[in-house]
Each structure stands twice: as C-alpha cells, then as structure tokens.
Ligand binder design. Sequence first.
Ligand code: DOR
Ligand code: ZN
Ligand code: ZN
Length: 407
Amino acid sequence: MRYGFCNADELKRLCTEDGFFPVLRESFSLSDRYLIVPGLVDVHVHLREPGFSYKATIATETRAAARGGVTAICAMPNLNPTPDTPEHLKVQQDLIDRDAVVRVYPYGTITMGEMGQELSDLEGLKEQVIAFSDDGKGVQNEDMMRAAMHKVGPMRKIIAAHCEENSLLRGGYIHDGEYAKAHGHRGICSESEWAPIARDVKLSKETGCAYHVCHVSAKESIEVIRRAKAEGVNVTCETGPHYLLLDDSCLQEDARFKMNPPLRDKSDREALIEGILDGTIDMIVTDHAPHSAEEKSRGLEKSAMGVVGLETSFLLMYTGLVKTGILTLKDLVRLMHDAPCERFGIDTEDDYTVFDLGVQTVIDPKEFVSMGKSTPFAGQTVDGRCLMTVCRGKTVYCDETLKEVLA
Ligand code: DOR
Ligand code: ZN
Ligand code: ZN
C-alpha cells in the first residue's frame, strides 16, 4: 500500500513532461491537500458492450472510471453475446482493445448464456478471463454450481457469485422491510441472498474452489461469511457505497433507489459497517450498472435495477467513512485497491490518482461522463474532487480545475 499527500508546489513538480510517476510515501505531510493514491480498482462493473450500447459503451464507461480515479475494472458478463466461449469473449475483447482507456478485465460466465443449464467453456476461457460469474442472475441449481467449482478450483480461478434464490423472490423489487410495507410494494427477503451464500460456502469447502460473494447487502449474509472465514473457507466478499451509506429509510418513489440486491434496513447497514471493520468484507465495489433514462423512468416497481457509481465511489466513501472517523484512509485504500488487486491478481503499476481533498463537490449526474445518470446520491455534497488519473503512465483524466492548481 502506498499513498501520500503533497502540496501544490510538489504536485507541480510531479507533473513533468515525461509523465507522472511519483514515489508514493506516507511521509508526505498529512496536512497537505492533494492526495495521491494508486489507481483504484473496481471488480464489479457493467460496461454494457457488446449488446447494450444504448445503455452505455466501453468508451464512455472507462472514461467514467477514469473520472472517478479508477484505473482497473472487471467487466461483468451479462452481455450479448455473453462471454461463455472464446469466440464470444473475442467480440468483447476486441471492443475493449479498441475503446478502453483504463485496464478492463472481463469475467467469463459460469453457465452458457447465464441460463444456468449448461457450463460455459470454462477450460477454453480460463487464460483470458479474470474470474467466472453469472452476475445479474444467481446459479439456481446446486449441482450446476458444484460442477462449476469442481472445474474452476484446480484452475486457481475465482467464482464470483451474484447470490439470489429466485424461488424466494415472489415478485419483489425493493427490500422486504418497513418502506415496502408502508407503501404497498412487494419486497425481496434477505433469505434470497443468504441462503445461496450458505449453499456456496458449503460447496467451496467441499471443492476447495476460491469463492467471492458479489454485492453483500444483508446482515445474515455477513454472519454466514464471517463464520465461513473463521472455518478457513476460501471466501471473500464485496459491498458497495450505497449499501454502506443508505438504507430503506432513505427510499423515495424514484428508481434512483432501485438496485439488486436492494437497500436493506438500518440493522443491515450497521452490520455491513461491522463487517468492513472486522475484515469480513474484503473490498468495496460499485456494481456500476448504467441504464437508459427511459428504463429508469418507470418508478420503483417497473424500472430496471441498477445505479451508477464509478464517478462517485471514492469520494462518497472518503466523506462517509473516513471523514466521520469510521475508517482510516489506509483502510479505504486497502478496500478500494490493495485487497481487490491481491484477490484477483490485478497489477496497477504506473497507475495513480490525485484527489484534491481541500474542496467539496456536489454530485450532479448531468456532469457524469457515464451514459447512466441514475444514482441515489444525486444532489449530495462530498468532500474532495478527482483532479487527475494516470493509467500505465498515461494521463487518462484531467479535471478542469487542475489547470488552476498547476498555474
Ligand atoms: O442492480 C443490478 N444491476 N443488479 C444486478 O444484478 C444486475 C445489474 C445490471 O446489470 O443492471
Ligand atoms: Zn449482481
Ligand atoms: Zn452487477
């Protein structure tokens, strides 16, 4: 872990014509306002290409990543075609090679077309994918997941699971809690998340396959994962800023608050913070999920699930968890860089991000580079601003205010 602070003069000296390669040391003065961190890593992002370029593109969303200080992302495979064979993956990889401005590592699917009926060509994909996931859907069948883990375990790859038991959903679309009850909405119970996690933990133990739980939202899930870790199961997990900072008491009749899994209740949010503090939760991701304005305009019941996050995640976590004294900056860099790099084997050499921590920013989706504009944090003020992002030694984002700083 390396990060540090500097003042404007030092920042000027670091921005040379040859590029930006600071020697990051923690001995920079803590009172200086410019924070230099390694390029952030987000292992759960939806880029929407190939197949859904009306929602977003690799070009737009990797630029959004850069604007958020993120230089490495893992791309979820709910695409068309889904990356379930090397031929299908090539369609996606060619677009990444052509259009991405930050590092993009694709997931391969666990099952063909994410349909849960037949395993993907796991063997054929293994050299070219970062891990395997059917994100967007849970693998419903236990034997299918067991077979996948038997194959993926010896490859030393990870299965990253979207945990959702369809038979428990009963048409729900927000958390099955106070808000749903009070406003006549159908709820998604927490068991639909923790039951499949409990099943997969057992399978991971049985097969030895490395297992990663996507977007944990419920307190029971945390407890299942905590116990599994104590037993030495090869399991890690992630959660996102919205689950850590919001709960169903924040809900409005607006699809900005609709994602899957849903915002749960206060006790869940507190359990997630506990899970971050005791190491049960390993990393913070966004589940950046851009949709078109029309798809997000149909209210809580009828809109698409998913919110964007790449351009706001670090500053939201800095404001909500570091400034409030819940986490140290060192913890946050671990959660948003070191831990995902280590678990997924990602290298961020010559990737840096500079944040100005001496200003405040109002989150305004109109300013997003992302084609997705739906976020529950619209209008909120955060501490800090991303000034510059460097990926592989190349500047991939330069904030308009940087000129003044360097003047
Ligand atoms: O909110 C979500 N959006 N959850 C998912 O599981 C899928 C994602 C998407 O692809 O839009
Ligand atoms: Zn998911
Ligand atoms: Zn997702």
